[in-house]
Write a protein of this length. Structure first.
Length: 189
């Protein structure tokens, strides 16, 4: 899987269901990315560098809010109910906070200084990260656990997008919850 596969997805995704935003023309230059890598003392893998420098860097793919309502405030422990998006963090000019790689790095506990978070699913706290050995790990902030992911960047991203599509399919095919009927009180004569 490559950037071309991702570009193909972007040309053909269902715009009636999904909203997609990315850096576009605000994508960082090679020199800006290199300066960022120097500042964090880490060089990204070639696939992530290519992605970040492309107009698709700083990507969010989400089910439209009209179709998949977001609870306010967001209760903890919703499981798959809160996985309405895939976010890949970026460093483009003007990147929103929920996609800002710098903010994600700043939010990491000091003890996790060997991780670089690059992707999240919906509102779950777990993050996909690169470690110093350039492995992809799924890190949990709740207990600090790490699970090595046996995929490279593009296959993982496309797999997560397919997972989002599957979650939406299941949700959209589920029967709608029945509304409670209100009982009317009889008026006393």
């Amino acid at each position: 899987m490559t950037l071309k596969d991702l570009e193909q997805y972007v040309r053909t995704y269902n715009k009636a269901v999904y909203r997609l935003m990315a850096s576009g023309r605000s994508a960082p230059s090679e020199s800006r990315l290199k300066a960022f890598e120097t500042s964090i003392d880490f060089c990204f893998c070639p696939d992530f560098r290519e992605f970040t420098l492309s107009p698709l860097g700083g990507l969010i793919v989400e089910v439209c809010e009209e179709l998949w309502r977001r609870p306010e405030p967001l209760p903890a422990g919703l499981g798959e109910q809160n996985l309405w998006s895939i976010r890949v963090f970026g460093i483009a000019a003007g990147v929103p906070r929920n996609l800002d790689l710098r903010a994600e790095l700043a939010a990491l506990p000091e003890v996790e200084s060997d991780l670089i978070p690059f992707m999240a699913r919906g509102e779950e706290p777990e993050r996909y990260c690169f470690d110093l050995d350039h492995q992809i790990v799924r890190w949990s902030p709740e207990d600090g656990s790490r699970e090595v992911v046996d995929q490279s960047f593009y296959p993982l991203l496309l797999s997560e997008i397919r997972g989002l599509e599957e979650r939406w399919r299941i949700l959209s095919e589920a029967p709608a919850p029945k509304k409670k009927r209100r009982s009317r009180k009889k008026k006393a004569d």
